[in-house]
Design a protein around this ligand. Structure first.
Ligand SMILES: [Zn+2]
Length: 174
C-alpha cells in the first residue's frame, strides 16, 4: 500500500504503539535509543543531544489542527499522526494552541533529576496553559484523551500527581 503521509510504497504505518511501554530508563533506552548529551546553561535543566541521534530519530509531524510542527520520536509518529487525524474530526471545537514533543531537558527543568521523556521525543504536552501540572482540572475533551489512550499513549492526567497536559509512550515511572 501507499502511505498518504510519506508517499512511500510498501510502507505500512502503524496506527497504535507496537511495543510494551518502557517502565524505567534502561527499558526506555532499549526502545527509543541511547544518546550522548551535554548540559546547557540556559534555560535551566536543558541539555543538547549530540549528533547524529536527533536527526536519525526525531521526525516532524504537520497537520492543519496543529499550530506548528510537532517533533517526536519516529517510533510513535504513526500513532500520533493517526490520533491527530481522528481528533480533527471527533473534536472539531477543541483548539490546540500549543503542542510540544521533543524538548531535550531534565525532568521539571531540574538538573538534579533524571532526563525527561521529552528528551527522547517519547512524550508531548497539549495546551499547558489550561492543563497545568499538578491540577485535576483540565480542558481536554474525554474523546481526545480516549483517542490517544486507544493508540497506546499514557495520559498524565490519571497520575496521583496529575499532569493533564502530558501524554507519553512509557509507563508513569519511566
Ligand atoms: Zn510533558
Amino acid at each position: 500500500m501507499t502511505c498518504v503521509n510519506c508517499n512511500r510504497r510498501g510502507v505500512t504505518i502503524k496506527t497504535t504503539i507496537g511495543f510494551q511501554l518502557p517502565a524505567n530508563q534502561a527499558e526506555l533506552e532499549a526502545v527509543f535509543g541511547k544518546f550522548a548529551f551535554h548540559h546547557l546553561t540556559e534555560p535551566l535543566g536543558s541539555i543538547e543531544i549530540d549528533a547524529p541521534w536527533p536527526a536519525k530519530n526525531i521526525v516532524a509531524i504537520h497537520h492543519p489542527i496543529l499550530p506548528r510542527q510537532v517533533e517526536i520520536h519516529r517510533f510513535i509518529a504513526g500513532p500520533f499522526r493517526d490520533a491527530i487525524s481522528r481528533i480533527a474530526y471527533a473534536c472539531p471545537d477543541y483548539k490546540i494552541v500549543t503542542c510540544t514533543g521533543f524538548v531535550p531537558r531534565h525532568k521539571m527543568h531540574d538538573p538534579a533529576k533524571g532526563l525527561s521523556l521529552h528528551s527522547w521525543g517519547a512524550a508531548f504536552d497539549l495546551n499547558p496553559s489550561t492543563n497545568k501540572y499538578g491540577q485535576r482540572d483540565h480542558d481536554l475533551p474525554e474523546t481526545l484523551i480516549k483517542i490517544f489512550e486507544e493508540r497506546g499513549f499514557e495520559w498524565g492526567g490519571r497520575w496521583s500527581t496529575p499532569d493533564p497536559m502530558h501524554f507519553q509512550a512509557a509507563k508513569g515511572g519511566a
